[in-house]
Design a protein around this ligand. Structure first.
Ligand code: MRU
Length: 339
């Protein structure tokens, strides 16, 4: 199945906090349940956040008792506020909400037709993400060769998207083409998306994967144990890629060791009217750092910093792989200019 699906007035997804040990499906019936699942990271990953927010608005529209269009638009607006307050950094969430609200405001049919339109638009957003990931995979696979060992960070796989994945989509496509590749996955402290989700997805697909802790990246590059890096993105702004904390460190190390550093993301992750300084970097609970699972590892009362994302200036990025193709430096500059 897809990572997220609309089923007769409910939204079904996988609870990512329970993987890899058990596959538990979440059935959400209203916007607040979706917002809660996003806050608690049962649903996570930039493209999936976009699809989830879109389906949350679909739930509002589908179950609304509003008789007038203005009333339904008001309900959608209030739901949008709740959803936008869940997590600040991944732009896909805001992009999907604004796309639906903009189209709903200019919709000319009656209230019932508008409700149906919102559900269809949410489904379109999900379908487009699945299609974009396949294209990203196809374009990105051209960069991958027999013998490559690809380092990836966090989880930019099927679980972080509607289907197939972005960074893992490239790896999957190369593997499906028969290329002999291996993957090194970082565990991704503090939430361990690499250990829990990326290692799980790759193992399930039979793609060779070796798990390392984040602090081993310098060692594996120094020893030439990896030949390429591919990561996803939460937001690509004019001057930088914003992605899971630790990405910048990996990019700097990659440049130091002449290892190509690729970013795979759909255009719904592009936010090219903004610069990195305009973006709020989510700061999460200190317990994610002071504890591993339920176990406290740091002394009580210690000060903690816990930014969930970091900023990688574009000079460290070899190319951005999106559904339109592989954008090297100059192509990306042209892409920005043509907006
Ligand atoms: O905090 P998360 O798990 O939502 O962060 C996810 C990431 O940083 C991913 O690398 C990014 O969203 C790309 S997902 C295709």
């Amino acid at each position: 199945m897809r990572t997220i699906e609309w089923r007769d007035g409910t939204v079904v997804t996988i609870d990512q906090t329970r993987l890899p040990h058990e596959t538990v499906f979440l059935k959400m019936r209203n916007c607040r349940e979706v917002a809660e699942a996003i806050k608690t990271m049962k649903i996570r990953g930039a493209p999936l956040l976009g699809a989830a927010a879109a389906f949350a608005l679909a739930l509002v529209a589908y179950h609304s008792k509003a008789e007038r269009k203005g009333e339904l638009l008001g309900e959608l607006g209030s739901a949008a506020e709740i959803l936008k307050s869940t997590r600040p950094t991944a732009v896909n969430l805001f992009w999907a909400i604004d796309r639906i609200l903009d189209k709903a405001r200019s919709f000319s049919g009656n209230t019932r037709d508008l409700a149906a339109f919102v559900v269809e638009e949410a489904q379109r957003i999900a379908d487009e993400d699945a299609a974009a990931n396949r294209l990203i995979g196809r374009h990105g696979a051209e960069l991958i060769h027999d013998g490559d060992v690809i380092l990836t960070h966090c989880n930019a796989g099927a679980l972080a998207t509607v289907e197939y994945g972005t960074a893992l989509g490239v790896i999957r496509a190369a593997w499906e083409q028969g290329k002999k590749i291996k993957v090194v996955a970082t565990e991704t402290r503090p939430k361990l998306q690499g250990a829990m989700l990326t290692a799980y997805e790759l193992k399930r697909d039979g793609i060779p994967v070796t798990l390392i802790t984040d602090s081993m990246v310098g060692y594996v590059m120094y020893k030439r144990l990896v030949s390429k890096v591919i990561v996803g993105a939460d937001r690509i702004v004019r001057d930088a890629v914003i992605n899971k904390i630790g990405t910048y460190t990996i990019a700097v190390l990659a440049k130091q060791h002449n290892i190509p550093f690729y970013v795979a993301a759909p255009k719904s992750t592009f936010d090219l009217t903004r610069s990195s300084e305009d973006v709020a970097i989510e700061e999460r609970r200190p317990e994610e750092v002071t504890h591993i699972g339920p176990q406290r590892i740091a002394p009580k009362g210690v000060d903690v910093l816990n930014p969930a994302f970091d900023i990688t200036p574009l000079e460290y990025v070899t190319a951005i792989i999106c559904e339109d193709g592989v954008l090297h430096g100059e192509d990306f500059v042209k892409f920005k200019a043509n907006l």
